[in-house]
Design a protein around this ligand. Structure first.
Ligand SMILES: [Zn+2]
Length: 265
């Protein structure tokens, strides 16, 4: 009889368990875990360096803005817990879970029924407003937003058009050991090739702003949104996120971008 592979991340919807697991991992990397907002009865946390390393790249990483995407929250933590990079190679600002109520209830939305990833233009939403306030004035060399997609037949990446060389191909190649690459030619109405959707920021086409717009327009030299297929085995989704993040951070360390200039569209 074929052996059934056990799932390692059985408590992926237990938010308290997630944050308890973050604490020692953050500490080991010289990072502090700070609450920055509360919503739906839960604290939202941010992770940042206790003492930033001068002249080292700044990395932004977020997960769990959609609560039915636990491969993202588990992948985010698993990457930091297992990375082979040294803690002082980079500065990390991470958001372990931007929608705790959603994670606990396995819902895309928050407790008020909002898709938080469509509210970054709206200053009346407490969680995203607090998130934007925390990011104010900060610049990152690389920003990664981790997600999952029920319609996906493999992993894919949104790469906002901009800096070359493009990195999404190398990021997907690293994940291909764990998951197939999404084969669709059209994803969410945009053309896709080999799992890569290269998009421009188009405020007219997307008046409800996702997190990635804010990151690209105000904070990050490169912004990627990574999507794993929700119905694949959870461990494979986690492993794919880990591989993508590790590859992107290594590319960032190997090829630091030129001095930062503001990018406004
Ligand atoms: Zn999502």
């Amino acid at each position: 009889m074929p052996r059934v592979q056990p799932i390692r991340h059985l408590r992926a919807h237990d938010y308290g368990h997630l944050i308890r697991r973050w604490r020692p991992v953050a500490r080991a990397h010289g990072l502090r875990l700070m609450p920055f907002a509360s919503a739906g009865g839960y604290e939202l946390y941010c992770v940042e360096p206790r003492r930033p390393h001068p002249a080292r790249p700044w990395i932004y990483l977020s997960a769990g803005i959609h609560g039915d995407e636990v491969g993202s929250t588990e992948g985010c933590l698993e990457w930091l817990a297992t990375t082979r990079l040294a803690p002082d190679d980079f500065n990390l600002m991470a958001f372990p879970c931007l929608n705790p109520w959603g994670i606990v209830n396995n819902m895309r939305t928050d407790a008020e029924g909002r898709d938080l990833n469509r509210t970054y233009h709206d200053d009346s939403v407490p969680q995203t407003t607090a998130h934007k306030a925390l990011l104010s004035g900060r610049r990152f060399d690389l920003a990664l937003a981790l997600h999952e997609d029920y319609d996906a037949n493999g992993i894919y990446i949104y790469e906002i058009k901009g800096r070359r060389p493009h990195w999404a191909g190398a990021m997907l190649a690293a994940a291909a050991r764990h998951l197939p690459i999404d084969t669709r030619r059209t994803i969410e109405g945009r053309s896709s090739r080999a799992g890569i959707v290269r998009r421009k920021i188009d405020f007219d086409q997307m008046p409800l702003h996702p997190e990635a717009f804010t990151l690209h327009c105000h904070h990050a030299a490169r912004t990627f949104t990574i999507e794993t297929p929700s119905e694949a085995h959870l461990d494979a989704r986690v492993a794919a996120h880990v591989a993508v993040v590790e590859t992107a951070v290594r590319l960032c360390l190997d090829q630091p971008p030129p001095p930062q200039t503001a990018i406004y569209i």
